[in-house]
Design a protein. Structure first.
Length: 149
């Protein structure tokens, strides 16, 4: 399996407000930068979108080390999702899961992609070069959503 490192991040100017997502993929000497955004969104939605876009860019099953600074996404996909699915996409308090359509897309990518994914949390804005690059891409996504680039 091809080994790939993916760094993802989301950004939002206001919450809700204009937001962006960024993903930086690396495999050997190959690199790919992805970014995009939406005008009326939340930080959590952009964090999810970044991971979805990063995984969607892969064309075959890979061994992935995925770095993200969102505990919401990391814990959601590795822990909470099992209970949500068992409860019909409801939380432990019987409320509908927020961002359910994004969680369902991510779940499908994880289950059907054939990837081996190591989910690694990194502290945001702490100098990690990959996280800083993903953050810069997410901010570019905000600029794109605002029509500035």
């Amino acid at each position: 399996m091809t080994e790939v490192q993916i760094y993802t991040d989301g950004a939002c100017k206001g919450n809700p407000g204009p937001g962006g997502w960024g993903a930086w993929l690396k495999s050997g000497t190959m690199e790919k930068e992805l970014f995009g955004g939406e005008l009326n969104t939340t930080n959590n939605r952009m964090e999810l979108q970044a991971v979805i876009e990063g995984l969607s860019a892969l064309k075959r099953p890979c061994k992935i080390t995925l770095y993200l600074d969102s505990q919401y996404v990391r814990q959601g996909i590795t822990e909470w999702i099992h209970g949500w699915k068992a409860k019909g996409w409801r939380t432990s308090t019987k409320q509908p899961v927020k961002n359910v359509e994004l969680w369902q897309r991510l779940d499908k990518l994880v289950l059907e992609g054939g990837h081996q994914i190591d989910w690694r949390w990194v502290r945001g804005h702490s100098g990690d070069p990959g996280n800083e690059r993903a953050d810069a891409l997410a901010n570019k996504g905000v600029e794109r959503a605002l029509g500035r680039i």
